[in-house]
Ligand binder design. Structure first.
Ligand code: FAD
Length: 253
């Protein structure tokens, strides 16, 4: 991989949520423009090799810095090293962003209700979208559905409240719907496809998934993405292709 494709950026902060989840921010070069929902390719020198991985951007497109939300995979070539990240360390950032998990891809149906369904670090692109005023202007209803295993993994819950206050001021249609799969006492604790098939997600949201009005984005674990896609298709929703249709997805592995 050609190193000229990358700029070298400084780590500005690191926040550890749990042993396996952390967030970090880094400097944002002036040339790095992105749309909410896109991902960056970040590189780390391991010996002489540059190891590069895709990372959804958490930050608002208007932020001066770039924020990311990362898993630690114990034997992962990238994250077993990245987990030791400290302020003032440097990371490589590919100069251009990538990805099509953006709201601009939707033409029909017209924007009305938006369902953002993420598992684990798959929350990341949705945080960026919620930090874009256009999202709030376009949609009357926005449901952020965030599935984790344990309550400790519910990273960003407080930040979500702050983001809603700042970007969604005066908007009355937002709901944050957490799912905690290993907590039988949580209001929602089953897997997303089950909660769609049995109607419990819509019951909590207070309105229904509708092929005529819903835009549904899925991000994270590929098994979740596949199974949820099937559950949505069984309800008459369709994949978004060339602007038309309800469902857009991003698999993390
Ligand atoms: C478009 C895109 C965007 C991505 N955005 C993010 C992001 O914002 N945050 C993030 O942490 N990762 C993200 N990933 C995954 C990321 O690129 C790496 O896979 C991850 O950092 C682990 O790298 P690794 O080399 O340590 O392990 P890898 O060898 O890449 O992965 C090993 C195994 O770890 C598991 N795994 C990988 N990523 C995750 C994850 N995020 N959560 C749970 N299990 C995982 C899978 O079982 C995978 O097979 C994204 C991937 C894609 C394709």
């Amino acid at each position: 991989m050609s190193i000229e494709k990358f700029s070298l950026e400084k780590v500005l902060s690191v926040h550890r949520w749990t042993n396996t989840l952390f967030s970090f921010t880094m400097t944002r070069p002036a040339h790095f423009k992105f749309t909410a929902g896109q991902f960056a390719r970040i590189g780390l020198k391991v010996g002489d090799d540059l190891v590069v991985r895709a990372y959804s951007i958490v930050s608002s497109p208007f932020d001066e810095t770039l924020e990311f939300f990362s898993i630690v995979v114990p034997d992962g070539a990238f994250t077993s090293n990245l987990q030791h990240l400290e302020v003032t360390d440097e990371l490589y950032l590919e100069k251009v962003p990538y990805g099509f998990l953006t709201l601009a891809r939707y033409q029909l149906p017209l924007p009305q209700d938006l369902w953002l369904l993420g598992t684990g670090t798959g929350l990341a692109p949705f945080l960026s979208m919620l930090q874009d005023f256009e999202t709030w202007q376009k949609y009357q209803k926005i449901n952020l559905v965030y599935s984790v295993r344990t309550e400790a993994e519910l990273a960003y819950a407080d930040r979500i409240a702050e983001i809603v206050e700042m970007f969604g001021e005066g908007h009355t249609g937002f709901q944050f719907i957490p799912i905690i799969t290993r907590d039988p006492h949580a209001q929602l604790h089953e897997r997303l496809p089950v909660l769609i098939a049995n109607g419990d997600l819509e019951k909590v949201a207070g309105f229904t998934l509708n092929p005529e009005t819903s835009h549904v984005m899925l991000c994270g674990n590929p098994q979740m993405v596949d199974d949820t896609k099937d559950a949505l298709k069984a309800r008459g929703l369709t994949m978004n292709r060339r602007g038309e249709g309800n469902i857009a997805v991003e698999n993390y592995w």
